[in-house]
Each structure stands twice: as structure tokens, then as C-alpha cells.
Design a protein around this ligand. Structure first.
Ligand code: ADP
Ligand code: MG
Length: 374
């Protein structure tokens, strides 16, 4: 019996989730192919070893055990295999640079042959919720590489004293694999510098990080992300090949986000309502626009008799509360102006302002008050 004859058995046991048989068959295959395909055989043996250790994340990939904190034995990082994700919605300039980076990584060997240094790091900065973490995972998908995430905010606070050694171990680990190392919330290292007690330790950490970034070979991709670039040590900043500043979504991006996330609900929504949503989500980040879309879809599903326009507009004003009387007056008038079909009751539903008050705001307008509304 050769290795190929064992494949149907392996498939059958996998489909039946018969772990014992999967292991036995895989081991037989590994032994049979060892001579001709040593690398594949070794990968199988390793996968089996991890499966026995009960570490599901490393189950199917050829990876060494994850580094752990010496004392707590907690895993310092999480590792995930790439999964397919839709493209992030970004301005063209940023999108192009990410595509360039992907292309350059794909011809890594050609670069090395020509003595050209390939890029291996990107720093993403920008306000929360604009897609920095999403981009890191999407890059893992595009480069078809597992991604190791080190969340500095949580690791520093829990093991400050040992963070230096931990960071070294993590970089050692990342270097030994073909992976993306994702340093999320990179500013956590800088943020606590004001904290006098921790000052020395954090300075040391910055130095450790700098050295590790410096020593990273081109086989290893490093993505950093920060919401507070101004807190980041300039020296760290300089270690990255490119810095991409991700901005709040502009009108075109907001429209794409809404259309993508609203799905069928978006198709059924009146065009003027969609336009209104696009215009009035100006200071809302991409993550919240996605959430808003989900709120709308859920409500539409739960109350099928409620007009979609009312659902859309009232969910908008739930996440964009009207704080002052002026805001309230302006929005009531604007809604009436933009959507002549809306009744006082509709506007009251949308804005959560009592009908009598809405009537009052609108009637002031009708009396020839020509002030600009928005
Ligand atoms: N530019 C974007 N394109 C598509 N989806 C986005 C974008 N930005 C954010 N999202 C959505 O919002 C979620 C949260 O964003 P996240 O990447 O965590 O933001 P950040 O890391 O910048 O705080 C993402 O998982 C994704 O669903
Ligand atoms: Mg993030």
C-alpha cells in the first residue's frame, strides 16, 4: 500500500471527525512519504504533535509552539490562519500603496536576486474604527500568510517587568516562521511613559522593540497600528518602511460602506434616503457605519411593516444624538425640507422628539423664518 491508497481513508475519517483514525492514517502517510517528500512528512508529524498538545490554532499549519509568558504560561500572542475578506474601503492613494506592498512582497525572491531590499513593514495610523486592524488581517489574506497578533496594550499592562524578554521571544518566533507579525496599539509602549514608576522599564522596552525591528529579516512582515501616532517614539516610526495614515471615510467611501453592509436593505432604500445617510455620516468612522447598517437590517427584519425610510433615519439619529435645542430644530426642519412626505409623527419617531415639539419647531419655520438650516 502506498501513500495515495491511504488518502480515501484519511478523507473518510476526516469527514466523520474520527480523530483517532485521522491521526493513525496521517502517521502512516508521513512514514511512507518520508523518503521522497521529507518536508511534507515533517509537516504532517508536526501537525500531529500539536494536535496532541490540544492547541487548535496551530493544528493545521507548520508552526512551532507559541511563545508564552514564563511565569503565567499565558500565550503572548494569538495566531490565525488567513481567511478570505472583502477589500477594505479606502481612499485610492492608500489602496494603491497597499497593492504596491502586496505586489512587492509577491516578488520577494526577484528583489533579493537583484540585490534590491524588499519592503517588510508598514505602520498604520489613524483614528479608531477606520480599519487598521482590518487591513492587517486583510494583508494576511492577500499574502496568504498566518498572522501573529501582539496586542501591546494588554501585554504591557499585565507583564511589564517581563515585557522586554517577551517581546524578544515573540520576534524570535515570528522570525522563524513565514508570518506577519502584527503589533496592534503600538502606542501603548509610549503612552505610559508619563507614569514615573514605569519610565525606566518603558524606555528599555522601546529600545528592545527598536532593536528587534532592526533585526527583522525580509522574510518577516511587520505591521504596526496606532491611534496615537504623536505618542510614538520617532525612532520607532522611522523603522517602518511606509507609514499610511488612514482617515475617516469620505463621502464616496461612506457610500460604499453603506451599500456593502446594507445589502438587500440598501437596494430597497430610496435613493434620496441613502444620499441623506451618506451626507450625514460625515464624522462617523467606518466601524460605526458598519454597525449602523446592522442595526437597520435587524430592525427592518423585526418590523417588516415599518417604512424603510423611517428605520434608516431613526437609526441614524440614534447613533448621532441631537444634543442641543438648535440641533433638534435644525434637523426637524431639514428632514421636512428634504423629505416632503414625512409627517410630524414620522419626524417625531426619527428624532425621538415629542410630536408637539416637532410641530412647534416646524411652524416657526413656516412663519417665514428663512434662516439657513442644517
Ligand atoms: N476601511 C474599512 N473598510 C471596510 N470595513 C471597515 C473599514 N474600517 C473599519 N471597518 C469595519 O469596522 C470593523 C472595526 O474596524 P477596525 O479595523 O477594528 O478599526 P481600527 O483598528 O482602525 O480601530 C472592521 O472589522 C470592519 O468590519
Ligand atoms: Mg484596531
Amino acid at each position: 500500500m502506498n501513500a495515495f491508497d491511504l488518502i480515501p481513508k484519511l478523507v473518510r475519517s476526516s469527514l466523520e471527525a474520527d480523530k483517532k483514525n485521522i491521526e493513525a492514517t496521517a502517521l502512516m502517510i508521513a512514514r511512507k512519504i518520508k523518503k521522497d517528500y521529507p518536508a511534507a512528512a515533517e509537516e504532517i508529524t508536526k501537525a500531529l504533535a500539536y494536535s496532541r498538545l490540544d492547541s487548535p490554532v496551530t493544528r493545521s499549519i507548520d508552526l512551532q509552539p507559541l511563545p508564552v509568558d514564563k511565569e503565567t504560561r499565558y500565550s503572548l500572542v494569538k495566531i490565525e490562519e488567513p481567511i478570505e475578506m472583502p477589500d477594505p474601503i479606502l481612499e485610492d492613494f492608500i489602496r494603491q500603496q497597499l497593492e504596491d506592498f502586496i505586489k512587492e512582497r509577491q516578488i520577494l525572491e526577484d528583489f533579493l536576486r537583484e540585490d534590491i531590499v524588499p519592503p517588510n513593514s508598514i505602520l498604520l495610523d489613524g483614528p479608531p474604527g477606520v480599519g487598521k486592524t482590518y487591513i492587517a488581517y486583510w494583508l494576511a489574506y492577500r499574502l496568504n500568510t498566518p498572522i501573529i497578533t501582539l496586542d501591546l496594550a494588554s501585554s504591557i499592562s499585565s507583564y511589564l517587568g517581563r515585557t522586554g524578554q517577551n517581546i524578544r521571544n515573540i520576534f524570535d518566533y515570528a522570525r522563524s516562521q513565514r508570518t506577519i507579525l502584527f503589533l496592534d496599539e503600538l502606542d501603548a509602549i509610549a503612552k505610559r511613559r508619563d507614569d514615573a514608576g514605569d519610565l525606566g522599564e518603558l524606555k528599555r522596552l522601546v529600545n528592545v522593540l527598536l532593536k528587534e525591528l532592526e533585526d527583522c529579516p525580509s522574510s518577516c512582515v511587520i505591521i504596526g497600528a496606532t491611534n496615537h501616532p504623536e505618542l510614538l517614539d520617532k525612532a520607532i516610526w522611522r523603522r517602518f518602511d511606509r507609514t499610511l495614515t488612514i482617515s475617516m471615510p469620505d463621502e464616496r467611501e461612506r457610500r460604499s460602506l453603506l451599500i456593502r453592509h446594507l445589502g438587500k436593505f440598501g437596494d430597497e432604500l430610496r435613493k434620496d434616503t441613502l444620499d441623506y445617510l451618506v451626507k450625514h455620516t460625515k464624522n462617523i468612522n467606518a466601524a460605526d457605519i458598519c454597525k449602523l447598517s446592522e442595526h437597520m437590517k435587524r430592525r427592518a427584519f423585526l418590523s417588516p411593516n415599518e417604512p424603510l425610510q423611517i428605520i434608516a433615519l431613526s437609526e441614524l439619529y440614534k447613533i448621532k444624538p441631537l444634543a442641543t435645542k438648535e440641533d433638534k430644530t435644525n434637523i426637524c426642519r431639514l428632514l421636512k425640507k428634504e423629505f416632503s412626505g414625512l409627517s410630524v409623527r414620522d419626524i417625531s419617531m426619527i428624532t425621538q422628539i415629542p410630536s408637539t415639539t416637532v410641530s412647534r419647531y416646524l411652524s416657526v419655520n413656516r412663519k417665514g423664518d428663512e434662516e439657513h438650516v442644517e
